[in-house]
Design a protein around this ligand. Structure first.
Ligand code: NAD
Ligand code: DAU
Length: 356
């Protein structure tokens, strides 16, 4: 029976993973460690707060002593590492936090795991590192999708910090024998997605009648995956993945930003009609510096080796997601205060909407 430490479990994917895991493995022990940064939200974990198998610990992954204490006291044998600074735009305006959490923090977790699982106790264990397709850089329109063999070419401070953490995880396996796996996933969407990211930003801006900001020409491409499919992919890697290997997880679902925004506008007009069409809110603004043009994941290895398959269509997933935001107004409205407003002001109001 695995006993899990889930870092970053109060964030978007981490909280979806907690719900997914406790639903599928109700007898497993699951401890969440989260610093509750602006992106961490205890409301995401509200549905499990009375589950006796679950414990929340408010703390930082850079605190090696705390992590070691938890590994011992809870007899944990599996670490699923989601905690990160995750927003590319914030990494452009303030990269320091990305270096601290994504690189120093991951290294601190690796040291704690090595100390307890290899040096002190020598027990069966697994350190699973959750990473991103952004480490592979940007694709041209006709390039083949990223495989696990694609050379790393990170372009933003966020992507570079994730690439550095991937390398540290790999090194702790090769040098010390830590039992690691890494998954590199494409863009996720679904419930609890923090509204600084494109899809929830578009939905919540439409609901508030605010402009929908699209960077550059809107023709950048992302490969979107429903968050539960990502959780299933991680579950398969934990259960059947070979130690020391990396696995790509993706949706085989490439969309230009403008097409995805138009689709959301159409669904919003159907589900929550307004006096004017939502698409009229679309506003092209100055591009993101160093904006990667296209991401696409080739998940063949994960599919053939582990039997991974994304379930359901994008149209179903995006409808479910929009419906979730319509039904959980209190959740996103409580975020629309304080530091979120400051970020939106800084990111969107200062930039000249007509500059390209
Ligand atoms: P998120 O920003 O929604 O959540 C991050 C969580 O980590 C928050 O709860 C935050 O409080 C916590 N955290 C941040 N710094 C911490 C620290 N120093 N100590 C402890 N907790 C800390 O992120 P997300 O979108 O859920 O992404 C989770 C992971 O998945 C990240 O590692 C990210 O790189 C990766 N990933 C994300 C996507 C995506 O589309 N969102 C795709 C592929 C991979
Ligand atoms: O590919 C995986 C990555 O996906 C994860 O590693 C990151 O943690 C996650 O944030 C996401 O990164 P992106 O930069 O692709 O996601 P974001 O939602 O910020 O942007 C998606 C696309 O939409 C991107 O091309 C930029 C564009 N965009 C984004 C925002 C916030 C806009 O056009 N306007 C916006 O206001």
């Amino acid at each position: 029976m695995p006993r899990l430490l889930v870092t970053g479990g109060a964030g978007f994917i981490g909280s979806n993973f907690v719900h997914y895991w406790l639903r599928r493995h109700p007898d497993d022990r699951l401890v969440v460690l989260d610093a509750l940064t602006y992106a961490g939200n205890l409301a995401n974990l509200e549905p499990v707060k009375h589950n006796p198998q679950y414990r929340f610990v408010h703390g930082n992954i850079c605190d090696q002593a705390l992590v070691e204490k938890l590994l011992v006291e809870e007899q944990l044998d599996t670490l699923v590492h989601f905690a990160a600074e995750s927003h590319v735009d914030r990494s452009i305006t303030g990269p320091d936090a990305f270096i601290e959490t994504n690189i120093v923090g991951t290294h601190s977790l690796l040291k704690a795991a090595k100390n307890i699982w290899l040096d002190t106790r020598r027990q069966e264990h697994r350190f699973h590192h959750v990473s991103t397709d952004e480490v592979y850089g940007s694709l041209g329109p006709h390039d083949p999708a990223f495989t696990e063999e694609t050379p790393y070419a990170p372009n933003s401070p966020y992507a570079a910090s994730k690439a550095a953490s991937d390398h540290l995880v790999r090194a702790y396996h090769h040098t010390y024998g830590l039992q690691v796996t890494t998954s590199n996933c494409s863009n996720n969407y679904g419930p609890y997605h923090f509204p600084e990211k494109l899809i929830p930003l578009v939905i919540t801006n439409i609901l508030q009648g605010k402009p929908i900001p699209i960077y550059g020409d809107g023709l950048n491409i992302r490969d979107w995956l429903y968050v539960e499919d990502h959780c299933r992919g991680i579950e398969l890697v934990l259960q059947q993945g070979r130690v020391g290997e990396t696995y790509n997880i993706g949706g085989n679902n490439e969309w230009t930003n403008i097409d995805i925004v138009k689709l959301i506008c159409d669904i919003m007009d159907e589900l929550r009609p307004r006096s004017t069409r939502s698409a009229e809110l679309i506003t092209f603004i100055k591009d993101r510096p160093g904006h990667d043009r296209r991401y696409a994941i080739d998940a063949e290895k994960t599919m053939t080796e582990l039997g991974y398959q994304p379930l359901g269509s994008f149209e179903t997933g995006i409808r479910k997601t929009i419906t979730w935001y319509l039904e959980n107004e209190a959740w996103w409205k409580s975020i629309m205060e304080g530091s979120y407003l400051e970020w939106i002001e800084k990111q969107y109001s200062i930039s000249d909407p007509t500059a390209k």
